[in-house]
Ligand binder design. Structure first.
Ligand code: FIX
Ligand code: ZN
Length: 428
């Protein structure tokens, strides 16, 4: 038996991916148009709800949380500042007194650079002037071109008092902004939500009797139609249990899933948020917890004909979620959500997902709250996806399987929203 020594002679001498093919892979990954399947952006018809510009970038809650690590100002004094003053404080703290080494601060630099601005040379006043000269419509087009995004999916809540009036009076939709029905209050605060539904004309009462459940279904049907929703979404705390004798489980079984099945809509579940661990940070105050994914496994296993989209917030949940996706074809895994939207986690998760699932998942969504940041969220992730795919295609090349142009175009179409759109139409 010959002594084992390192990689086999053949493997070591097999040719690596030709440089031209590697270049082509990276270029195609960098430029393949994508469906951004979960954002907090809004159709420009919703006016000021669509956030854009340097002050919105700088007061994005990711940067607020980071800035507060280095400022002693009482939280309430920060919140009492004007938005421009908040932005100036974040700019000084994170970009002048320190290098923008975090993912979110580097994102601002990537975005400004892509827009032709030089944050080191121009300074905040000049950057502000530049944004003040932009027109929203043209800026939306420019951002989508720079990020290679062909369509956004919004997050639309009937429980948002600012957003609801726009939908109730209806408006001319921009087809580049599709909608998703977001129902967190309905499931996590039924007592409060039942009052909102009553105000909106649904005959519900706090006890979840059959009449209330059928009225909740009518509410879901009315809003899904109003939005032309692509899916129904909720984010749940780590301790969500299923099956369970709880309002959440009763509403899911008695209203949400029957509604989704009737209308062919996926139910998008986002486990792991721990809401308001530091309420003084407001939107920036949410934390993360490792979720008990057995609840999701029970839910999906009990509903083989329903479709589920899932992204988990805790890094510790990612492998378990991938294995679950191997067991259930009606589970589509997507994105590197929020606290996992950092190169370390994106690299690990994308590699693991490809190795366990092949291209039958959606690697990323932007979760953007500010239009401009779509640029960095996609450029940074495409860079990592390019690295991972070059390695995976190289592994195949070494064993005689060379990716062709057609293979590459097909694979990338699937990864950049094609698998998601196929999943939307699937019937299991
Ligand atoms: O639940 C969600 O959709 C989260 O993405 C947001 O609540 C969160 O604030 C966010 O924007 C993270 O990126
Ligand atoms: Zn989100």
């Amino acid at each position: 038996m010959p002594a084992c020594s390192g990689p086999s002679e053949a493997a070591v001498n097999e040719p690596a991916l030709p440089k031209e093919l590697e270049r082509k892979i990276r270029e195609r990954v960098a430029t393949t148009p994508t469906y951004d399947i979960h954002t907090h952006l809004y159709d420009p018809a919703l006016e000021s709800l669509l956030l854009w510009g340097i002050d919105e970038q700088l007061t994005y809650h990711y940067l607020v949380a980071e800035a507060f690590r280095s400022i002693e100002l009482p939280y309430e004094k920060y919140w009492a500042l004007k938005k421009s003053e908040q932005a100036e404080l974040v700019w000084r703290t994170l970009f002048e007194q320190r290098s923008p080494l975090s993912e979110a601060t580097r994102g601002v630099i990537t975005t400004l650079h892509a827009l032709g601005l030089d944050p080191k040379k121009d300074g905040l006043p000049k950057i502000r002037r530049w944004f003040s000269e932009q027109k929203l419509g043209a800026f939306v087009t420019r951002v989508m071109e720079l990020a290679h995004v062909h369509t956004f999916c919004m997050t639309n809540s009937p429980f948002d008092p600012e957003e609801r009036p726009f939908w109730e009076k209806s408006f001319q939709r921009d087809p580049l902004f599709t909608a998703a029905l977001r129902i967190d209050p309905l499931l996590i605060d039924w007592q409060g939500a039942s009052k909102t539904l009553t105000e909106q004309g649904y005959a519900v009462n706090p006890t979840l009797d059959q009449k209330s459940l059928s009225e909740v279904r009518r509410f879901l049907a009315d809003w899904s139609k109003k939005l032309n929703a692509k899916y129904v979404m909720v984010s749940l705390e780590p301790d969500f249990a299923y099956p369970a004798k709880s309002d959440i489980a009763t509403l899911i079984d008695g209203a949400v899933l029957p509604h989704c099945l009737e209308h062919g809509l996926p139910f998008a579940l986002m486990p792991g948020v721990v809401r308001q661990v530091n309420p003084a940070l407001r939107l920036a105050g949410d934390g993360v917890g490792r979720a008990d994914l057995s609840a999701y496994q029970n839910l999906i296993a009990a509903h083989p004909h329903h479709k589920f989209l899932v992204t988990a917030l805790a890094r510790e949940n990612q492998h378990e979620l991938c294995v679950m996706a191997r067991k259930f074809r009606n589970l589509h895994v997507f994105g590197c959500w929020w606290f996992t939207n950092i190169p370390t986690a994106i690299n690990d998760m994308t590699r693991m997902r490809l190795e366990l699932l092949g291209p039958s998942f959606t690697p990323q969504h932007s979760d953007a709250r500010v239009l401009d940041q779509v640029i960095y969220k996609w450029r940074h992730s495409r860079q990592i996806l390019g690295d991972v795919l070059v390695e995976k295609y190289s592994d195949l090349f070494r064993v005689g399987w060379a990716v062709t142009d057609a293979d590459l175009e097909r694979d990338l179409r699937q990864l950049f929203g094609g698998s998601f759109e196929t999943f939307l139409l699937a019937n299991f």
